[in-house]
Design a protein around this ligand. Structure first.
Ligand SMILES: *Cc1c(COP(=O)(O)O)cnc(C)c1O
Length: 403
């Protein structure tokens, strides 16, 4: 694993057997164009400089690594540090990637960005960056999701984005993805598809990871400054997997650092009740390798290969596939994956609010939920970093209903 961590994916966009490029013929050329443009950009100091400027002055980086002294004392286990991605502009890590891809769109001469969104968080981050960079922005969203997430629809429109309701199929994220793909095929010369997690065809999983690597790079330097040594464990929630890989990546070569990804256990282990793709060992059923949204990875599916319904109290974890690099890290036993239920996540959100004065996003609360379970059994000398991927303001209605 030691050097392998630096070279994945391979030239074909593969992480072991996962990843790749499973797209219609018409998208092969645009993906190759994107791959070349990204490769140029990442070697160009002026691109890095612009990216760093916006991450610092627009998004609010670096984010603090806070010692959670009361939570540490309360759990009686390891020393817990919280990486505060919740303090970023728009309230979550998603902006890191949106700034990166937005700048890339400008560099490629594309004046229009499109995105799909389920809960609206990625749509809001995309609309925010598009406004800052003066790009036209169209966001596809299932009409049922629009109804559920009215406030985010309003935010996007206020930021100048066009929100297009998708009325086909289940009228949710899956259908919005299909519409966004159709738009991209039609308008590929003027348009960049701004994908929101480490999913999709190559180069997206690599590129989105790279734009979030800053989380782990900062955290590594911050923990070395605070504790004079590396942490024993990293914990992060996993929807598509972007905040988790963002934290993990800078530590992949440090064999003493264990990594734990936490998926949505929802209401139970039966297919349809959860969004746990990598937690078969814990009894969660329905995940097998398959292709979704252009990439080969673990996908929740029915016996005859239809994409399964999923459930989670947190919209950001409610997705049937996981990023291919996570599937590979799991196969290599480099990272461990588990799931936390809706109830546990809500309880963890409450605990963090009361112990540390931070209301976490329900996604991030899944990472905390697993940490709360494990911490009392861990050594007091151990050090843990948990990624607080976002703040909980967006979840107040759900929390109020739940409690
Ligand atoms: C979208 C989101 C997630 C899940 O996405 P990943 O790509 O798995 O990081 C997690 N936390 C928050 C706060 C989100 O908004």
């Amino acid at each position: 694993m030691s050097t392998a961590a630096q070279i994945w994916p391979d030239a074909k966009g593969r992480f072991g057997p996962y990843g790749g490029r499973y797209v219609p013929e018409t998208l092969v050329a645009p993906l190759e164009e994107l791959e070349r443009a990204y490769d140029d950009a990442r070697k160009d100091p002026s691109f890095q400089k612009e990216l760093d400027y916006l991450l610092k002055n627009f998004a609010g980086r670096p984010t603090p690594l806070q010692f959670a002294s009361r939570l540490t004392e309360h759990l009686g286990g390891p020393r817990i540090y919280i990486k505060r991605e919740d303090l970023l502009h728009t309230g979550a890590h998603k902006i890191n990637n949106c700034i990166g891809q937005g700048l890339l769109a400008v560099r490629m001469g594309k004046r229009r960005v499109i995105a799909e969104t389920g809960a609206g968080q990625h749509g809001v981050a995309t609309a925010t960056v598009a406004a800052r960079l003066g790009l036209e922005c169209v966001v596809y969203m299932g009409v049922d999701d629009m109804e559920r997430q009215k406030l985010n629809v309003f935010r996007m429109r206020l930021l100048g984005a066009e929100v297009v309701g998708v009325n086909s199929g289940t009228r949710t994220l899956k259908d919005a993805i299909n519409e966004a793909m159709r738009d991209w095929v039609t308008n590929v010369r003027s348009t960049h598809y701004l994908l929101g997690s480490v999913l999709g065809a190559h180069p997206y999983p690599m590129m989105v990871r790279d734009f979030h690597r800053v989380i782990g790079i900062e955290a590594r330097a911050q923990i070395l400054a605070a504790e004079k040594r590396l942490p024993d464990l990293l914990v992060a929630c996993v929807g598509g997997g972007s905040n988790a890989i963002g934290l993990f990546h800078a530590f992949l070569n440090d064999s003493s650092v264990k990594m734990l990804g936490v998926e949505a256990g929802g209401r139970g282990t039966t297919l349809g009740e959860h969004a746990a793709r990598m937690a078969a060992a814990a009894g969660y059923s329905g995940a097998r390798p398959g292709v979704l949204q252009g990439t080969y990875s673990y996908v929740l599916q029915t016996a005859d290969g239809q994409i399964a319904n999923t459930h989670s109290v947190s919209a950001g974890l409610d997705y049937p596939a996981i990023g291919p690099e996570h599937a590979w890290l799991a196969d290599q036993h480099r990272a461990e994956y588990t799931a936390v239920s809706d109830d546990q996540a809500v309880a963890a959100a409450r605990t963090l609010a009361r112990m540390e004065g931070i209301i976490p996003a329900l996604e991030s609360a899944h990472a905390l939920g697993e940490l709360i379970t494990r911490a009392p059994k861990m050594s007091r000398d151990a050090i843990v970093i948990v990624n607080l991927s976002g703040r909980g303001d967006k979840d107040m209605e759900i929390l109020a209903r739940y409690l």
